[in-house]
Each structure stands twice: as structure tokens, then as C-alpha cells.
Design a protein around this ligand. Sequence first.
Ligand code: ADE
Ligand code: ZN
Length: 345
Amino acid sequence: MPSDAVRALDPELADLIGRLPKVELHVHLEGTLEPDLAFRLAARNGVALPFASVEEIRAAYEFSDLQSFLDVYYAACTVLVTREDFRDLTRAYLARAHADGVRHVEPFFDPQTHTDRGIPIGDVIGGILDGLAEGEREHGITSGLILSFLRHIPAEAADATLAAAEPWLDRIVAVGLDSSEIGFPPEPFAGTFARARSLGLRAVAHAGEEGDASLVARTIEALGVSRIDHGVRAADDPAVMRRLVECGVTLTACPNSNVRLRVFPTMERSTIRTLLDAGVAVTINSDDPAYFGGYIGDNYRAIAAALGLNAGDLARLATNAINGSFATAARKQELLAELGRAVAG
Ligand code: ADE
Ligand code: ZN
């Protein structure tokens, strides 16, 4: 676990966090694959996992940086084979999210991680859309799906993936960019992102996780994004923070992820306080909760305890998530009204 025990969380703030209607803007569906589901899917599909037990998998979740995590994450994805697998993965996440008070989610999926293994893109997207529809029926969670390109694969492949996804683009809200940040800059993806935006999609991209503040500014410039995923290194450069405020770009921060992947040595060193004080629209999210020791509520609790956040800070973080989402104006109004009631107690 991160340094969560260092400072205890005020019970009133813990209650408030429990009541907040949460919007999750940064969660990778593949990163919600819990070890028990990974074992069940491996058995169902006859896929071998290099671990003997759930305990052995959990013990392997010690990461030294982003790449050491991605190696395990991509290996675990091999258990996802059929449309039903993608539906089950999505449903399991939404059940957990519901328990955590999530009302709206905009999850990422990485089609290339699956199509490169010969899985038809229609099975990937179809299964996820089935799961999202069931989650809305069962839990009332609304959603907007984000198709994310892998930046360690050449940009031409991102273009081909966008073309292959065309039959489903009316069910996808945005494109994203993830995977290894260092050595894989945003500029080669500018054409694909421009095409996606011309097709009516929104754009988001990971930046400023392991990369420095200049990569946040370059990503806004090159890709025309509405949100930067992570972006926490922007706090190192006041000019970049001013740019984020001027452009109205939301940051989707993931506190537990940042500690587990050693972006920060401890939770107390998170830059979220600096970003809030500069007026940046920062939000709290879980990234890859099955790997980083907790879902969105755990992330709110951990950062609130470590930074000594107050009720006003927490309400602001939750408001930023509603306003920075791609939900309809009517849905945003509903969520803001619910948030007002939660804060009033
Ligand atoms: N893919 C899944 N999690 C990621 C992260 N934290 N950064 C970049 N790519 C990812
Ligand atoms: Zn991420």
C-alpha cells in the first residue's frame, strides 16, 4: 500500500468521500482485471498464466517504473479472448465502481493490445459496449468509451485502428493515447488525432506522468486534447499550469498509480495541492485499480489524508470531474445537483 497510514483521515471527510457522486475519467478497463477474474478467464480460454495463484500474482505487483508495470499488464491481457470476456471485465469493473459511488465513467480500452493477438476489434468493442449497457441498466452508471492508441507502436497503426473502429465510432466518445511515455512523443500522432476530431470525437492523451511539464504543453499543442491524463508534472512549470487554466484543459490525476509507479516517492509529495492552488481543473481517478491497490474511493481517501485536503477541496475535485467529462449538459446538471446535496450533508 502507498503511504496511506502516515496521516489518518478525519471520519467526517471519509463520510463525505463516501457520499460524493463520483465521475471517473481515467481508468483503463484492462487495468481493472482482478487476479481472480484473470484466473477464471485463463481457465475458460485455455491460456497459461505465469503464476500459480492469486497470491502469487499480487506478490508480483511490485513496480519500479511505468514500463515494469506495462510488461505485466500486457501479459495479463492475453486471458481476454472472447466478446464475453470483454463484457465480463466491464461488468466486474462497473459493479465495483457502483459500490464506490461512481455515477458516470469514461473508461479507456487499448484495441491494439488485442487486435495484435488476432482478436477481432468487433469482439473487443462489442463486449465492452454490452458490459457498459448492462452496467447502466443495473447500476444507473452512464458512460462514454475512449479508444486509446498505444504510443509505443508507430502512428500508422493508430490510423489503421481508427479506420477499423469506424462502424462503432458513434458509440465512442473520444480517442486517447497511452503506454510508454519516454521516447514516444505526441507529435507523430497529430494526423490521427486531427482525423478523429474531424469525425466528431473528442481527444485526450496521457502526458506528464514520467515525462516532464514540456510534454504536457506539447501534447495540448499537437493533439488538440480536452484533457491530459496524469499531467501531474505540469506543477513543475508555472507557465504550463497557466496554459492549462487558459485552455480549460482538465487533468486526470491518479494518486495511487503515481506512488506505485514511483512518479512520486510518497503520496505526500504529490503535486495535486500545487495544481489546485494554481486553479488547474484537476480530478481524482484510479488508472489501473486492480494493480495499484484501490478503486476511485481509495484514491480520494489516500490523497485527502496525505495532503490534508478539506471538504471544499474534495467538492472541487468532484466538481472538476463532472465539468471535465463528456457527459451531456443535462447529465452534468443532474450530477452537479447531486453533488450539492452530498456536500450539504
Ligand atoms: N496504460 C495503462 N496504464 C497506463 C499508465 N498509467 N500510463 C500509460 N499507459 C498506461
Ligand atoms: Zn492511465
